[in-house]
Every structure is written in structure tokens, then in C-alpha cells.
Design a protein around this ligand. Structure first.
Ligand code: ADP
Length: 476
């Protein structure tokens, strides 16, 4: 009785030291992340506002919101969610306090963050200046070098001519293979590996034109191609004062064509000193930028255990769920609180308070057909049964019985996250959950995910980014 009456000590991320000034939040996105944002807003006692394109008028995220508005009526299906002016005007007209952009779409657009600010709506994310620094991988690299963070040997800034490229690769002793990357690239797109001098010119030109087509900017740069690295990333939070905490790491080494498939927190089989060095580097880098809100600092770790910075993702990431599960910090709620003016201290987010326990593992269920080179499948979902049970978390959006999966958007249907004491237990929970799930009417990547989850190297946690490429039998 006495205990019940005592004010509990503030724990990491509990928000008890902060009074929420916002009354509403808008999710400027669709699919599972829009639903995720609305859930967080709802839990914070906010009115949740959604947007939808005309193609999405029957999708679930529209109905999860307390209020939802059609946007971009005269725009393309994707263009509707990129309608900067229309979305902000609608937010202002409906007295929206804050806009959370999710990932993709407008999440990293400096002009959107600025336009929100100019119209008195809070952008839930980094400052426009943070977005500028970290949206461009070459300027992020520059800052990392300045802060003494190890980077992959690469060109100083963008490369504009084939002669410059050849000088860097053949003149400085870097040698082949190299990777050509789009400066503004993301989502595993805009990268080309070059293994020999004879292939350089063709790939250089293709990379430039692909970067221009995909990101509206043809700038490219070149890095040494690290052999069989692991992809390890550090989740950070900042409050804009230079105060940064890290929420430990994730291993995202299981990738198909540079796109993440299964992610785990915390990362395992790393030397403690390498891990600590990555945490310190991530915190120092973001502190130097007075980083605001949630971000991820990504590294590659080579076979010798050396780590190299590759980029900062200035937004919430698809795989944030695994960090939430092992730290018990709700990252999306925290993002909204920080945007509302909370400092990390207000939220109990001091480094010693942030603890990590157990293991969490997420797989991305997509409407793609592994037997047809992962071609997106579309159509009516006739049967939809979600998995459940102990230790299973579902983040869904587009999927329900009667839903129509359209060809217009990315094919993520659902994220399944398992929490358990060990990696092995997580893999078996995910396997069981996938077996339990029933979706009829559209083809899923389920057989591929099951192949990965059952592979002994995956279960042991020894895999690197070459795992799927070297095991093509996993694909079908
Ligand atoms: P994106 O922004 O598109 O996600 P990243 O720079 O984060 O691109 O790289 C995505 C993935 O590409 C990495 O996880 C890794 O598998 C591979 N990669 C990127 N740079 C290198 C490199 N220099 N050497 C080897 N692999 C790389």
C-alpha cells in the first residue's frame, strides 16, 4: 500500500517529467508506419489526423485516424503523399499541432520541414539543417571525418568525371572492387559495385543517370567495397541542445540487394570495445550537429572487427521496433514529445537509465513473389489471419480481409517482431508466427523468410551482408 502511494522513480523514456502541449498529430504517410504514428498519438492523448490519396481511400490507415483527409487529388498516387503545400495547408486549416512524416515520402525533405515551420506546424523530426547535413552522404562523411569517426576509404565529396573516378581508384592504391553510391541515395537504391577497370565507365554513367532519375540529383561518390561486412547501426535520440543518448545497436546484415530483410537487437558477436566505440562515435557525431529527434548512425564492420561509418538516417526507421522491444522505450512517442519541446532529461533519457534486455528480431512480410524474382503481387486479400501469442508484436496497416493491394506503393504488408531471451528463441517464435499467419489472394515472401530463419548460420548470428547472395537457394 505504501509502495503504491509513492511516486515511482522516472525511468528511461517514461515522459512523466513532461507535460504534453500538443493536442493533435498528423501522420503524413500511409501503411504500417502511419498506423504506428496514430497508435503513439492516441496513447499520448492526441487527436490523430491522417491523409490518404484517392487510390488509398479504402485503406486501413485512413480509418485508424480520428480524422482523415484526401490529399493530392490531381496528383499521382505517390505524388499525393509528396504534396508539401497541400498537406501543410490542410494541417493549418484543421489546427494540427505537429506532423510526423514517418519514413520515405517527405521524411527527409528539408523544404517540407521548413514549410511546416514557416506555417506554425511542428515537424516531428530533425532540424532542416540536420536534414541538409545528413541527407547528403558526402556531407555526412565530411562531418564524420571532422569528428574523428572512421569512414570507409572514399572520395572527398562527389565525383563528376570518369578521370577523377579512375584517379581515386587506380591512383591512390584503393583498387577494385569499389562501390559507386548516389550522394542523395537511400533504401538500398542507387548503388553499383565495380569489380574491374573495364567496367568502371559503364557503371559510372549508369550510376549517375540512375541517381538523377531516382533522387533528382545525379551526384555520386565512390567508396572501397568492404568484403563481407556486417551492417550494424546505432539508434540515437537528441534534443537539439547537443545532448544525445544511444539506445544500443541493431544488426541488419541480412539483406537482399542491399535491402534489409530481418533485423535484430542488440547486435551480437561483436567485441565489446568495437561496440562501445560505435556508440561513442554515434553520440559524438550527432552531438556535434546538435541533432534533434530520432536518428540512426549506420556502420559496416569488417571481418577483422574494424568499424566504418556509412551514413546517418535522419528519421524513424522500419526496424525501430526491435530497439523498442529491448529497451522498452517507445521511440515514436518519444519523437513526438521531443518535437513538443521535451529535453532528454525531462524524459528520463540519461544514458545510465537506458538498459537493454533480451533479444528482439523483426521480419518484413511483403506482397512479393520469391518465385518471380520478388515481383510485387497485387489484388484482393480474400483471407487474412494475423499471428499472435507470447512474444509476438505485429505492426500492420495495408492488410485485412477485403483489402485491395494496389501496385502504386511499396510492398510492405506487415512487420512481425519477436521478443525472447535469446536469438534462437526469437527465430523459432518468428518461424511459428509465419506458419500461423494466413493470407490468401496475394503472394507473400513468406517462404523466403522461413528459409532465412531456419538457416543454421542465421540462427547462430554469424551472417554478414553476403549471406543471401551466397545462398541463392534461400530465395525460392
Ligand atoms: P542506403 O542509404 O541505400 O540504405 P547504405 O549506404 O546504408 O545505403 O548502404 C546499404 C548497404 O549497402 C549496406 O548495408 C551494405 O550492405 C552495402 N554497402 C554500402 N556501402 C558499402 C561498402 N563501402 N562496402 C560494402 N558494402 C557496402
Amino acid at each position: 500500500r505504501a509502495l503504491l502511494g509513492t511516486k515511482a522513480k522516472q525511468t528511461a523514456g517514461d515522459g512523466s517529467g513532461f507535460e504534453m502541449p500538443f493536442k493533435s498529430v498528423l501522420a503524413a504517410n500511409r501503411g504500417e508506419i502511419a498506423v504506428r504514428i496514430m497508435r503513439a498519438g492516441n496513447e499520448l492523448g492526441l487527436r490523430t489526423v491522417g491523409i490518404f490519396s484517392k487510390e488509398d481511400r479504402f485503406t486501413q490507415h485512413r480509418y485508424k485516424a480520428d480524422q482523415a483527409f484526401l490529399v493530392g487529388q490531381d496528383k499521382s498516387p505517390v505524388g499525393a503523399y509528396l504534396d508539401v503545400e497541400g498537406i501543410v495547408a490542410m494541417a493549418v486549416a484543421n489546427k494540427v499541432d505537429a506532423i510526423h512524416p514517418g519514413y520515405g515520402f517527405l521524411s527527409e525533405r528539408t523544404d517540407f520541414a521548413q514549410h511546416c515551420k514557416d506555417n506554425g506546424v511542428t515537424f516531428v523530426g530533425p532540424t532542416a539543417e540536420n536534414l541538409q547535413t545528413f541527407g547528403d552522404k558526402t556531407s555526412a562523411r565530411e562531418l564524420a571525418i571532422k569528428q574523428g569517426v572512421p569512414v570507409v576509404p572514399g572520395t572527398d565529396g562527389p565525383v563528376t568525371t570518369i578521370e577523377e573516378a579512375r584517379d581515386f581508384i587506380e591512383g591512390t592504391g584503393v583498387g577494385y572492387p569499389v562501390i559507386i553510391k548516389a550522394a542523395m541515395g537511400g533504401g538500398g537504391r542507387g548503388m553499383r559495385v565495380v569489380t574491374a577497370s573495364a567496367e568502371l565507365e559503364k557503371n559510372f554513367q549508369l550510376a549517375t543517370s540512375e541517381a538523377l532519375a531516382a533522387f533528382g540529383d545525379g551526384s555520386i561518390f565512390i567508396e572501397r567495397y568492404v568484403k563481407d561486412p556486417r551492417h550494424i547501426e546505432v539508434q540515437i535520440l537528441g534534443d537539439g541542445t547537443g545532448d544525445i543518448v544511444h539506445l544500443y545497436d541493431r544488426d541488419c546484415s541480412v539483406q537482399r540487394r542491399h535491402q534489409k530483410v530481418v533485423e535484430t537487437a542488440p547486435a551480437m558477436l561483436l567485441k565489446p570495445e568495437t561496440r562501445q566505440a560505435m556508440f561513442d562515435d554515434a553520440v559524438r557525431l550527432c552531438a556535434s550537429a546538435k541533432y534533434l529527434n530520432a536518428g540512426t548512425v549506420e556502420f559496416l564492420v569488417d571481418q577483422e572487427g574494424r568499424h566504418y561509418f556509412i551514413e546517418v538516417n535522419p528519421r524513424i526507421q522500419v526496424e525501430h521496433t526491435v530497439t523498442e522491444q529491448v529497451t522498452q522505450v517507445d521511440l515514436v512517442q518519444t519523437q513526438i514529445r521531443i518535437a513538443a519541446g521535451a529535453t532528454l532529461k525531462d524524459l528520463g533519457l540519461v544514458q545510465e537509465n537506458v538498459k537493454v534486455g533480451g533479444v528482439a528480431m523483426q521480419c518484413r512480410v511483403t506482397t512479393e513473389d520469391p518465385s518471380q524474382d520478388f515481383k510485387p503481387d497485387t489484388g484482393l486479400i480474400e483471407v487474412f489471419r494475423s499471428p499472435g501469442g507470447m512474444g509476438i508484436r505485429i505492426d500492420d496497416g495495408p492488410g485485412f480481409q477485403g483489402a485491395n493491394i494496389s501496385p502504386h506503393y511499396d510492398s510492405l504488408l506487415m512487420k512481425i517482431t519477436a521478443s525472447a531471451p535469446t536469438r534462437r528463441d526469437c527465430a523459432s517464435k518468428l518461424t511459428r508466427a509465419l506458419d500461423e499467419m494466413r493470407v490468401r489472394g496475394v503472394t507473400l515472401n513468406k517462404p523466403f523468410l522461413l528459409n532465412v530463419l531456419k538457416h543454421p548460420d542465421f540462427v547462430d548470428g554469424t551472417v554478414n551482408t553476403s549471406f543471401i547472395g551466397e545462398n541463392p537457394h534461400l530465395l525460392a
